[in-house]
Design a binder for this molecule. Structure first.
Ligand SMILES: Cc1cc2nc3c(=O)[nH]c(=O)nc-3n(C[C@H](O)[C@H](O)[C@H](O)COP(=O)(O)O)c2cc1C
Length: 436
């Protein structure tokens, strides 16, 4: 039987806006000892990967997990040294990074970690970042995706600068590298001109694993074209299955094997001895809520500043978001369907930033994940604990063993690289394809 994949989305203060205030919570997106413990727990739970999101701006009133944070590639390099198997995934923006730099960052992480790196390709969900890079404005949505597509092509080309085995280190013959296995990219496109080659040999995984979270039409096309993991935000099983089928169909149309695209919706589990007990924990978090930070999270997701609106009125009709269209569509649909007030929708978004909250006993949570998995609505889940470390410890100690017992999740790692864990092929070097 095929098994589900599990990723841990680490936000240092927890995904719930008020997670850091939960009794027993340890907070800190800059607290490396805590993050190290969290990563070790994830590895003990045999998770496929830990994932760190990123943005390139800060402002008072933001979700505390993103207000101050460590730079994720630096952080993952440190975690690579203190973990042995777990995949190490991070966001890096295609709008505010150069492909040559990024290719080096992730290839380095892949080398350092022995083949465990993954890159979450984002165009940047926060327009304010533009002002930190000498730009007047964040590029429009479609242009950002056009840049991203070309960016990824360049990065992959750079990772293929050297064929596998090109660094021969022939001591007797005095030959360090086989120059015949070096390929100069010579890319000259609308957005980037990158000659190459990369000053690094081919990464252990060939290419680090690519993740994408595109939800708009253009975003889905990019995900289908390049992503090996797709982060999803769907709240109910039917829409998640429809999303997964759509991405798989698009990938197949592009000539890819749809089994090599893993759809992983976000889930924020809150465990208790009963649903009521789990709900009491959520209510407790709700009492700690900072209303400004909570409304800002919703404003970011809907693409409009919501401060002028009546919190106890209906969710207003808003112009189409140019930033996070997927989140905006899902949250708006949820509000309409359940007739939520703006305050109620704010509290939902405060829970897991627009992802699904899953409340119940460990058995109930395992049942739910199994149902989604068996229905083809998910190949796995991106677990988003509302606070750390307790809520995540509970998941690893109480839910993972149930999934393992049911044969739905691995008992141990079978391989060493993230591609091994995910059952993804190692991309062959293009020269090896033309040679045969
Ligand atoms: C699980 C998950 C993690 C994400 N992480 C980031 C991130 O770290 N940085 C970022 O700018 N956007 C992040 N995003 C937002 C996406 O990049 C993208 O803006 C969003 O999914 C909407 O895409 P769309 O414009 O195609 O609708 C994330 C989305 C999801 C679902």
């Amino acid at each position: 039987m095929s098994q589900m994949h599990l990723g841990l989305f680490v936000l240092g203060t927890g995904h719930h806006v008020a997670g850091w205030r939960m009794p027993g919570a340890e907070a800190g997106a800059e607290n490396f000892p805590l993050i190290q413990r969290i990563a070790r727990t994830a590895e003990r739970g045999k998770f496929d990967f830990v994932f760190f999101a990123d943005a390139l701006n800060a402002a008072p009133g933001m979700h505390p997990s993103v207000l101050v944070r460590l730079e994720p590639l630096t952080l993952l390099a440190a975690l690579a040294a203190t973990t042995t198997h777990i995949g190490l995934a991070a966001t890096c923006s295609t709008t505010y990074t150069e492909p040559y730099n990024l290719a080096r960052y992730f290839a380095s992480l892949d080398h350092i970690s022995g083949g465990r790196a993954a890159w979450n390709v984002v165009t940047g969900a926060f327009a304010e970042a533009a002002h930190n890079f000498g730009r007047m404005a964040h590029p429009p949505h479609e242009e950002r995706y056009a840049i991203a597509a070309e960016f990824v092509k360049v990065v992959r080309g750079l990772w293929d600068s050297w064929e596998d085995g090109a660094i021969v280190m022939d001591r007797a013959g005095g030959r360090f590298a086989d120059a015949s296995k070096l390929h100069v990219l010579g890319h000259d496109g609308p957005h980037f001109a990158v000659k190459g080659p990369l000053n690094m040999s081919r990464p252990p995984q060939g290419h680090p694993v690519l993740i994408q979270a595109g939800a708009s039409d253009t975003g889905r096309d990019l995900a289908a074209a390049i992503a090996e993991i797709v982060f999803a935000v769907q709240q109910d099983q039917d829409s998640s299955r429809a999303f997964a089928e759509d991405i798989r169909a698009r990938a197949a149309r592009m000539g890819r094997d749809p089994r090599h695209v893993k759809i992983m919706p976000g889930v924020s589990p809150i465990l208790g001895g009963s649903v009521a007990e789990a709900r009491a924990k959520l209510d407790q978090l709700g009492e700690f809520l900072d209303p400004v930070a909570a409304l800002r999270v919703l404003s970011e997701r809907l693409g409009t500043d919501l401060t002028p609106y009546d919190l106890d009125g209906p969710v207003p009709e808003l112009p189409e978001s140019t930033i996070m269209r997927g989140h905006a569509a899902i949250l708006t649909a949820l509000a309409r369907r359940e007739k939520l007030t703006l305050r109620q929708l704010r509290n939902v978004a405060a829970g897991a930033m627009g992802h699904r909250l899953l409340l119940g006993t460990p058995e109930m949570v395992a049942d739910d994940l199994e149902t989604w998995f068996r229905a083809g609505a998910a190949d796995g889940f991106n677990i988003m604990p509302p606070w750390f470390p307790g809520a995540f410890d509970d998941f690893v100690n109480e839910v993972v063993p149930i999934l393992q017992k049911r044969g739905l999740f691995r008992q141990d790692y079978a391989g060493r690289t993230l591609r091994d864990h995910l059952g993804l092929p190692r991309p062959p070097h293009p020269a090896s394809l033309t040679a045969t």
